[in-house]
Design a protein around this ligand. Structure first.
Ligand code: 5GP
Length: 191
């Protein structure tokens, strides 16, 4: 997606050739027009897949997923990173290792928002090791649903996430694929 690449080139900050900071339009301040375009792009990839629900993870996935959910006209549910005391035991649960925070955390979705027998699209902002996406897929499968695919805004293709997800049998669509970070600059896969 050229528009997203352009924003990364202009505003992205690469830290230690490891992490891309996109706080000015994606992870902190949000550009609604860009998100609208991202939502349409994701929806176009999966329009014929029979998606019935979108699942993402708080916080940064939510706004992206919302725009896609609007386009596909399906409900959206996001996994919480901490179990709410209101949720008691009625949740699907998984453990995810955080690439950026370097620690494990729990993710949960209330069972009533993940009814069985649906086709689910998983959305996230970044793909690195594939931990978050695999954790979300576990919740979806535990619910008795089918993962029809995963949509990622920014894939770091030099990390093992895509391979891991594809080996597990998932369709992965990324809007932008980063081949490498070189001297703290992004090199895109198609360039
Ligand atoms: P994974 O679970 O695939 O290892 O990493 C994906 C998750 O880690 C995303 O949900 C995202 O929040 C975070 N993440 C991984 N790499 C980056 C990065 O380079 N920049 C930012 N901003 N977040 C990242």
């Amino acid at each position: 997606m050229e528009l997203l690449k352009q924003r990364i080139r202009e505003e992205g900050i690469v830290l230690n050739n490891r992490v891309l900071k996109v706080d000015s339009f994606l992870n902190h301040q949000i550009d609604p027009q860009l998100f609208k375009a991202i939502g349409k792009e994701i929806a176009d990839c999966y329009r014929d897949a029979g998606v019935q629900r979108i699942v993402t993870i708080e916080a940064s996935g939510i706004a992206l997923a919302l725009m896609a959910a609007l386009e596909l006209d399906v409900p959206l549910v996001f996994a919480r990173k901490k179990k709410s005391i209101l949720m008691v035991d009625d949740v699907y649960h998984s453990v995810v290792y955080s690439y950026t925070k370097e620690e494990n955390y729990d993710i949960t979705i209330s069972k009533k928002f993940l009814p069985a027998g649906e086709k689910v699209l998983i959305i996230d902002d970044f793909l690195a090791s594939g931990e978050a996406a695999m954790g979300l897929a576990k919740l979806v499968k535990d619910a008795g649903d089918e993962v029809v695919g995963m949509a990622i805004a920014i894939e770091k293709s030099f990390q093992p996430g895509r391979e891991r997800l594809e080996n597990a049998g998932f369709r992965v669509e990324s809007l932008v694929r980063i081949k490498e970070f070189k001297d703290n600059e992004c090199i895109f896969l198609e360039d």
